[in-house]
Design a binder for this molecule. Structure first.
Ligand SMILES: NC(=O)c1ccc[n+]([C@@H]2O[C@H](COP(=O)([O-])OP(=O)(O)OC[C@H]3O[C@@H](n4cnc5c(N)ncnc54)[C@H](O)[C@@H]3O)[C@@H](O)[C@H]2O)c1
Ligand SMILES: [Zn+2]
Length: 481
């Protein structure tokens, strides 16, 4: 990863000018084109009174009525040789940089804080993240806290573990060059880390955390020329088979969870202002296209990419699937596999996944999400049998004579068969070292994952005792498949 100092260029000035023109012209859509629109402090008393009549006072119980898409533009740059090529390019252009190499695989808050301290020491003008999700997420948070030095670390961390404050400031440009085909972090406004004191993973999620080529404002999600992720399949070729497999399983769960998440118009509470709409909004017709396509591709290409290091077609398709899934879940969200995974990785009893070269025990993120997937989709099947059957069809199941009541079970069986055939996967959380005695701890680590649980179909989120009981049942079911 490199932190870069860049002089303002003519192109930057032109883009700023373009943005200025865009926002000073009368907006076509008052909610999304004009940054001043939501500054309701400016409205006159008469207008305010009129608006108060039209707007219900208590919005907390109202269901959502709209969704918005935010996506990064991805440029495929041929022949990029990841870090070496980046360093060569920076040297050739005479751009000063510092390389930070101490990113932790599956970051912890402690490793993130060290990285932030490094960044603050150098005060870069831009960030270039070369690596998998661990690197890209660390770079996002270096960027955030370098731009917001007055904030405490927990200020932006997802509530209720942190304060969940929105990021209202423009951040520095961040260009992401993924070297795994998994997280889609180059497209999302999410950064994940292990909050050691809570024994669970959590993160920060806000649109303004998305990689961007230029300083963004809170309204630039539709801005022009935001080239931010460089996805070149050559950069994933060197992945060991185990990393292909676990990062690919992350794609599988991103697509399945976003496809089956509750629809955006069932999500509560409706925000009082579109600025406050969460990045994870629920299934919506645009995310659906990305999610289903990435699911189809993953089922087709992941087994090939894992089995044959020379299958470059499969590797390329997996990188594309990862990015497509990133756009899908980055707007729709994920739910139970991810919600459960944060406790599973945070409370690892000592499991070391084969093929990962690290000093400490590790349950790679993709493994931690896929391990509960057969139990999760059996549980969620009744919420939307049609979607679960459509997903089962992607695994090659003939669903023409399957009853709707069996949709969850059919998808669960298809998933389990897929995981077994892929190989080297723990067949349930028991194989990771968890037993009945760990279930309570895992439930307590899952309950605060409100950001994803609010999108979980079939899960009771109004009554926490019922929710706990459901999660206990799910974890027991996930012991073995
Ligand atoms: N921000 C998001 O939207 C998002 C989404 C999902 C997951 N995540 C997070 O991302 C992290 C996982 O990221 P990941 O799955 O991309 O893996 P990773 O970045 O943790 O890398 C896994 C391992 O593969 C190695 N590696 C990476 N690319 C390689 C290559 N081309 N050749 C050889 N080795 C390579 C790394 O050095 C590391 O040892 C987790 O912390 C997870 O929680 C973030
Ligand atoms: Zn994931």
């Amino acid at each position: 990863m490199a932190a870069i100092r860049v002089a303002p260029t003519r192109a930057t000035r032109a883009l700023n000018l373009l943005r200025a023109v865009q926002f000073t012209h009368p907006p076509t859509c008052p909610c999304h084109s004009n940054p001043g629109h939501h500054n309701h402090n400016n409205v006159t008393g008469a207008k305010q009174a009129k608006r108060a009549l039209a707007t219900p006072i208590d919005t907390s119980r109202q269901k959502e009525y709209a969704f918005q898409m935010a996506a990064s533009n991805i440029s495929t740059v041929a022949q990029l040789d990841a870090m070496k090529a980046c360093v060569e390019g920076l040297d050739r252009e005479g751009i000063a940089y510092e390389v930070y190499q101490k990113v932790r695989v599956e970051p912890k808050d402690t490793s993130i804080k060290e990285a932030i301290a490094f960044s603050k020491q150098h005060m870069p003008d831009a960030f270039l993240a070369v690596g998998g999700g661990s690197v890209i997420d660390t770079a996002k948070l270096m960027n955030l806290y370098t731009c917001c030095p007055e904030n405490d670390f927990l200020d932006f961390v997802n509530a209720p573990l942190g304060k969940g404050l929105p990021i209202s400031k423009p951040l520095l440009p961040l260009i992401a060059v993924p070297t795994t085909a998994g997280t889609g972090s180059e497209t999302t406004g999410t950064a994940i880390f292990d909050l050691v004191s809570k024994r669970a993973k959590t993160g920060i999620a806000h649109r303004n955390l998305k990689p961007t080529r230029q300083s963004s404002s809170i309204h630039t999600s539709a801005g022009a020329n935001r080239v931010v992720g460089i996805c070149d399949p050559l950069n994933t070729r060197s992945m060991p088979s185990a990393v292909h497999s676990s990062s690919g399983l992350d794609v599988l769960c991103h697509s399945l969870e976003s496809w089956t998440a509750i629809p955006y118009y069932e999500r509560t509470p409706r925000p009082t202002n579109p600025i406050l709409r969460p990045a994870y909004q629920g299934a919506n017709p645009i995310s659906d296209i990305f999610s289903l396509q990435s699911l189809r591709s993953t089922v087709k290409y992941l087994p090939r990419a894992v089995a044959d290091p020379d299958d470059h077609e499969a590797q390329s398709q997996m990188l594309l699937a990862a990015t497509l899934a990133g756009v899908g879940f980055g707007n729709a969200g994920v739910h139970l596999c991810h919600g459960l995974s944060y406790g599973i990785s945070g409370q690892n009893p000592g499991y070391r996944h084969k093929g990962y070269v690290v000093d400490t025990p590790i349950i790679p993120h993709g493994v931690s999400v896929a391990v509960t997937a057969p139990a999760v989709f059996k549980f969620t099947g009744a919420s939307n049998p049609e979607r679960h059957l459509a997903a089962a069809e992607c695994f090659g199941v003939d669903v023409s004579n399957v009853k709707k009541e069996s949709a969850g079970e059919v998808l669960s069986e298809a998933l389990a068969a897929f995981l077994v055939k892929l190989g080297d996967q723990p067949r349930g959380i028991k194989a990771l070292g968890f037993g009945k005695e760990h279930v309570e701890g895992l439930v307590e680590a899952t309950i605060p994952q409100a950001r994803v649980l609010m999108l979980a179909p079939s899960l009771e989120t109004e009554d926490v005792e019922v929710e706990r009981e459901q999660l206990r049942g799910l974890l027991m079911e996930a012991m073995e498949y």
